[in-house]
Design a protein around this ligand. Structure first.
Ligand SMILES: *Cc1c(COP(=O)(O)O)cnc(C)c1O
Length: 410
């Protein structure tokens, strides 16, 4: 089954009871079983069925199955947000006193999360650059996972997933990849050796910016060493589902960060057109990047699809001819950045990416406002930098909008 077909038919036939072509919104907190015996069996995993929406729900289940199918996983757990997906994916295997090695070009919210985890006794070390050597230097006997994003947001750096998966496995630890910015349409990290994939489904999966959500997909192939990961040991009997069983039965259920059925419905709906949207989004982004790169008032354009990006070769090798729809520009000063944003007519000035609409933000004064200059530089954020999440508007209109706003800069 090819990708666009899988978006519509992967792991789904019409709703058995009614013939509905989309899984209906099961807006119910709990699910009755006919007998006390049946409920006992469902509770104890001896029979399939739903109990309580914090643990599972048919609408959410349909969404999880579809995404897991697209990523090539053994299963998935949908969460309230991308942040809860990142949190639970890690806390399922990393305990106080243990460590994570992370890429440095990560999303500001995830960087902030790693600060919270530090208060719980979990230390994150950041690789100095994207080379396997930099990651290796930070691995020690306490390390329990390597964490990267496919394209760092907003640094737009790209990691060699295969190389880092090999490195992780040689140390007996899994590679966790945040695939939010690329989606399985551009790259399937599990097929390159990664072990666990997470998403903020709020972005390209949903596509229209109408609901927050996240998801964790497990490849099911990692060979857990139960001395290193003792909390997984009771779930050993689940074989390839060890990680997912522990997740759903403990930390996911107990932290209570479930997705709402309504959000699962909206995100499933958005997902159906994801590849169509991304074709246009990536093409618009590449064309806009090329035009802005030659503009005299722009100091620098960063986009992995441009040959000027140092990450272009690894991006082309992993993603083919699509490089995502996020680019950043530097315009000389914070004043210029503010003025340009204020003069744009179509682009929304807000904190989000992955919408059908073009979005811009000045990261230094918003998402990264509480970070030190050193941290900002490590994450690729500068005072004169604007992040653009390109939309599906007509390319001519997007370009004209940036050109008229740039004309007004001194
Ligand atoms: C937005 C984002 C997140 C966080 O997701 P939420 O749904 O906003 O909680 C995580 N990773 C990346 C790369 C993101 O862009």
């Amino acid at each position: 089954m090819r990708f666009n077909t899988a978006l519509l038919h992967g792991e789904f036939g019409a709703d058995g009871k009614t013939g509905a072509t989309t899984t209906p919104i099961y807006q119910s907190s709990a699910f009755e079983q006919e007998t006390a015996e049946k409920l006992e069996n469902v509770f104890n995993g001896r029979e399939p069925g739903f109990i309580y929406t914090r643990i599972g729900n048919p609408t959410i289940d349909a969404f999880e199955r579809r995404i897991s199918f697209l990523e090539g996983g053994t299963g998935a757990v949908a969460c309230a947000s991308g942040m809860s997906a990142a949190t639970l994916a890690l806390l399922n295997i990393v305990r106080s006193g243990e460590e994570i090695v992370s890429g440095s070009g990560i999303f500001g919210g995830t960087y902030s999360l790693f600060g919270c985890l530090e208060d719980l006794g979990i230390v994150t070390r950041y690789a100095g650059d994207n080379s396997a050597r930099s990651f290796r230097e930070n691995i020690n006997e306490k390390t329990r996972a390597i964490y990267i994003e496919t394209i760092g947001n907003p640094k737009l750096d790209v990691y060699d997933i295969k190389e880092l998966a090999e490195l992780a496995h040689s140390h007996g630890i899994p590679l966790i990849v945040d695939n939010t910015v690329t989606t399985p349409y551009l790259v399937k990290p599990l097929s390159l050796g990664a072990d666990i994939v997470i998403h903020s489904t709020s972005k390209y999966i949903n596509g229209s910016g109408n609901s927050i959500g996240g998801i964790i997909i497990d490849g099911g192939r990692f060979k857990w060493d139960f001395e290193k990961y003792p909390s997984l040991k009771p779930y050993k009997k689940f074989g390839n589902f060890t990680y997912l069983a522990k997740l759903r039965k403990t930390i996911f259920k107990d932290f209570g960060a479930c997705m709402s059925p309504f959000n699962a419905y909206l995100s499933s709906l958005g997902l159906e057109t994801m590849a169509l949207r991304l074709d246009r989004l990536c093409s618009n982004a590449l064309q806009l990047a090329k035009v802005l790169e030659t503009h005299s008032k722009i100091k620098a354009v960063n986009y992995p699809g441009l040959e000027s990006s140092e990450y272009h070769p690894v991006a082309a090798a992993q993603f083919g001819d699509k490089f995502g729809a996020i680019l950043t520009i530097r315009v000389g000063s914070r004043e210029n950045a503010f003025k340009l944003i204020n003069d744009l007519k179509y682009a929304y000035n807000l904190s989000n990416i992955g919408d059908v609409r073009t979005l811009v933000i000045h990261p230094a004064s918003t998402i990264y406002a509480t970070n030190s200059p050193v941290e900002m530089e490590r994450m690729g954020v500068y005072e004169d930098l604007i992040r653009i999440s390109v939309g599906i508007e007509d390319l001519e209109d997007i370009i004209a909008d940036f050109e008229q706003a740039l004309d007004k800069l001194n």
